[in-house]
Design a protein around this ligand. Sequence first.
Ligand code: ADE
Length: 419
Amino acid sequence: MSYYDIKNPALADEGKNRIEWASQTMPVLNQIKQRFEKEKPLKNLRLAACLHVTTETAFLMQTLKAGGAEVTLCASNPLSTQDDVAASLAIHDKMPVFAIKGEDDKTYYRHIQAVLELKPQITMDDGADLVSTIHSKHPELAASIIGGTEETTTGVIRLNQMAKEKVLKYPIVAVNDAQTKHFFDNRYGTGQSTLDGIIRATNRLIAGTTFVVAGYGWCGRGLAMRAHGAGANIIVTEINPLKAIEAIMDGFRVMTMIDAAPVGDFFCTVTGNKHVLSKKHFEKMKDGAIICNSGHFNIEIDIESLDKLSSAKRTIRPFVEEYKLRDGRRINLLAEGRLVNLAAAEGHPSSVMDMSFANQALCAEYMVRNASKLEKKVYPVPQDIDSKIAKLKLQSMKVEVDVLTPEQERYLSSWQEGT
Ligand code: ADE
């Protein structure tokens, strides 16, 4: 068997240029790569990654390889792979890559199996499919695994559940929970890339439309902010009273999905939960409503019910599936209900992925250095790593901030001084 499974090796040069383009706005990861080249902190380490195969991920893989690791990569979603990037890694970097945009579920899991043949010592996940496959199908691999990292909210939720049920077989660092990750990647990254995906797929004007954002976590906040900036009237749906108040005070309307259904032009789910858009909502939507998802898994929209309500279905544009309902209304589903930002666009821009992937690289190094101390738990990113990445990012922006005077430091560490 070949050491890679990609769509087309001839795309390699195109991918190489685009990876270089992305790396130009990843200054923190560039610095880490330079240090890794000298110090080789990951020397001889076997690392398997299951990430969205994008230009930014490619630069992370090159960084880990520069640190001495033997790396292999598969896709963390069947629709998010950039085929030219996969080709470049396989051909120019001679990296075992198993990812094809549009692969079916069987191929997706076959590719996960393929990276596990490396018998990894570190796993790097986005959504926890690698960890979950190891636990369910190859528990024997866990003994030689030092630890793993997890990129996204959905994955961290799954892993916390595994830790709670005491079935987690090796330590994990929750990269998602670093402030330098979710403050920026989840909010500004998802905000921009989701809108980008919707616009690329539909070429519709956002201004003046009613845009329904399901879920007001970090991703929902970013999306609402950007859609509002493009001129949409935003409706937020939530299950959490606190987040609902926050959305109201940010200037948005909040209502239930059943009330939003008849008024929305666009609907985007970013909740991490199942069937947020379901039969009862489709029954009330306007003719021509556009629905999509930017949460990790394709479970937020109940596509099976939409199928059952429909008498016909056609691909009217790439990434737009028009469902014709029996009463004549049309509902347009984008990107098969998969992450619209990665399926119909290119995912988050490189300058936010810079911080996310700096966390990944430094946490892999941290796990190797602290292998003997780590337990079978989900750990936060160490505070010094998070702070260092923030400092380096700010430095790369050539922005200086004030420092506390000794008087101010004393004041902050005392309690006696009042009015
Ligand atoms: N998740 C969201 N955007 C991404 C990107 N550009 N690369 C890798 N993972 C991502």
